[in-house]
Design a protein. Sequence first.
Length: 66
Amino acid sequence: MLDTELARVQIDCNTVRLHEAIGYVTPDDEHHGRGPGIRRARAAGMKRARHDRIDYNRNHPLENSP
């Protein structure tokens, strides 16, 4: 019973939970070399979202602004 629960927690911790110390990826992703690609894709997505937000706000000014 305890062994089963410990195995479940270990799997969850290594394959599901994102770890701050390794850039919010799972240890499994980092170990298998997927961490850098995940972080690059996340940064590109954040950059794209920021650009889209600025573009939207420039093209849709507030109606009640002075």
